[in-house]
Design a protein around this ligand. Structure first.
Ligand code: 5AD
Ligand code: SF4
Length: 490
């Protein structure tokens, strides 16, 4: 079995500190607000000179948490007097919100940074900021500073709320500003948010992760778990509902630990029951659940709260108990399946999804076969599958892979084949049924089609006109593919 230590004493110490320093003081937020005003003044001068506001281009890599963080960045920039563009070549400020979970996400950002260099040669005044998990890693921040001199500002997820100050300092100083301080990561409430969709919204309920799965960089870059106060979450959701949002997705790296660090005894099950009471909200989703903490209380709350969608994302990672132990996942495949069966029994029509890593260093061929078996037993509607990516600083990074790269790729493709068949079979069961779809808008691939989702998160495409976006409509399913359903309005 793989040996590692769970961050030893320093983890304990920092966890204690975290419990004490949980919220950013109001005075600190007011101080940051002063920088927003300074930026605004600067942008007004820009406008009087160029007859337009400075334009910001934002790009998000990675998970929903990052999407949500970008919405905050956009909110802060909007308050500071920026306009927005979807063309980096026309922008005055570029912000890349980066991801560190796998190496290919980082490679992509490095590629994009290279392109920006050429754009900046033509637009020397352009300010470039990198934020998010990738740049929170010291070796990456150092590499960027050394090799990419055109980057003006680097800050990690924990410094997000300080962006106006950091950005202002970057304008004023002549060298790059860097803030990847590994702080205790207190929560900053009431940061302005400018969201992507009018009818759906992400709502973060907690930040960070304490699980230290041995392959994962997240706990190192996003810090320890810290929960937002329930009142603050409910307040935000009520505001959203007032603005016409009807579907919300509660976000956290491990929502099942929600509330463990709060002084009142409230857990995630209590929270979703409260969210269920908010007028105007019609659908509640959440992610991600950790199987070790997923249990009866949450299953009951899901089953008894009519707005909670019959949908569960429960990352398995591997079907082999030996590999699960090496991953520090703290459950066995049998325990996992038992919980899954309970949830399926209690919640009719439950749609399931999971995350799987193929090629974890200690994975042997028989371990991979165990994973395939689990896919067949669990019958997920869809899976998110990843080839293991070595992350510097994680315990697993020290290990050599048992399987060859070629074999890992072969296994990966085999797994997709097995899953695609299951996904298609499960989707075909929808044909002939009438489902309620929350319409997102015009399909990206066919402008005569609308696209939306069922409560079970199935994508449904059907003919219709754009003004239906944001409404709930009944659709009869006429055809099913591996990834989506097709139908017609009834
Ligand atoms: N390599 C591959 N996949 C990873 N994930 C997390 N870390 C790694 C890694 N080092 C996957 C896990 C997780 C999902 C968000 O990303 O499956 O659940
Ligand atoms: Fe990473 Fe594990 Fe935390 Fe998920 S639970 S963010 S995989 S450490």
């Amino acid at each position: 079995m793989l040996e590692y230590t769970l961050q030893g004493n320093s983890f304990e110490r920092r966890f204690q500190e975290n419990l004490m320093a949980k919220y950013i003081e109001e005075s600190e937020l007011l101080r940051i607000g002063e920088y927003t005003k300074l930026l605004k003044k600067q942008n007004e001068i820009f406008e009087s000179e160029y007859s337009r506001l400075p334009r910001a281009y934002l790009e998000t890599h990675g998970c929903q948490q990052n999407e949500n963080d970008t919405e905050r960045i956009r909110g802060m920039l909007f308050e500071a007097g920026y306009d927005f563009t979807d063309d980096p070549a026309k922008s005055d400020l570029v912000v890349f919100n980066t991801c560190a979970v796998r190496e290919n996400a980082e490679d992509k950002v490095f590629g994009r940074i290279g392109i920006l260099k050429h754009i900046k040669e033509r637009r020397p005044h352009m300010m470039i900021a990198l934020c998010g998990c990738m740049v929170q890693q010291k070796h990456i921040a150092e590499r960027i500073q050394k090799v990419h001199e055109h980057i003006d500002l680097i800050f990690g997820p924990q410094a997000l709320y300080r962006m106006p100050e950091l950005l202002y300092n970057a304008y004023k100083s002549r060298k790059a500003v860097v803030d990847i301080e590994d702080s205790v990561g207190a929560i900053a409430e009431d940061i302005p948010v400018l969201r992507d969709a009018a009818h759906k919204a992400w709502v973060s309920v907690m930040y960070g992760c304490n699980n230290f799965c041995t392959y994962c960089i997240v706990p190192y870059v996003r810090g320890r778990e810290r929960s937002r106060r329930p009142e603050k979450i409910i307040e935000e959701i009520k505001e959203l509902a007032k603005d016409g949002v009807s579907e919300i997705t509660l976000l956290g790296q491990n929502v099942n630990s929600y509330g463990l660090d709060l002084d009142e005894e409230k857990d995630f099950a209590d929270l979703i029951r409260r969210v269920n009471e908010v007028d105007g909200i019609k659908r509640i989703r959440f992610m991600t659940s950790h199987p070790k903490d997923f249990g009866d209380r949450l299953i009951d709350a899901m089953a008894e709260s009519e707005k909670v969608c019959p949908q569960l994302h429960l990352p398995l990672q591997s079907g082999s108990d030996r590999v699960l132990a090496d991953m520090n996942r703290k459950y066995t495949s049998a325990e996992y399946l038992k919980k899954l069966e309970k949830a399926k029994k209690r919640i009719p029509n439950l749609a399931l999804s999971t995350d799987i890593i193929v090629g974890f260093p200690t994975e042997r061929q028989e371990d991979f076969e165990d994973t395939l078996e689990m896919l067949k037993k669990a019958e997920y509607d869809s899976i998110f599958s990843f080839i293991y990516s070595r992350r510097e600083g994680t315990p697993a990074a020290k290990l050599e892979s048992v399987l060859s790269e070629e074999k890992i790729h072969e296994n990966f493709n085999r797994m997709l084949e097995v899953q695609n068949e299951i996904s298609l079979r499960k989707n075909k069961a929808y044909v002939g049924k009438v489902v309620t779809v929350l319409i997102d808008g015009i399909s990206k691939t066919d402008d005569k089609m609308l696209t939306g989702r069922t409560d079970t998160a199935k994508i449904v495409n059907f003919p219709g006109s754009a003004e239906l976006a944001g409404s709930y409509r009944k659709v009869r399913i006429t055809d099913a593919r591996t990834w989506s359903l097709y139908g017609e309005l009834v």
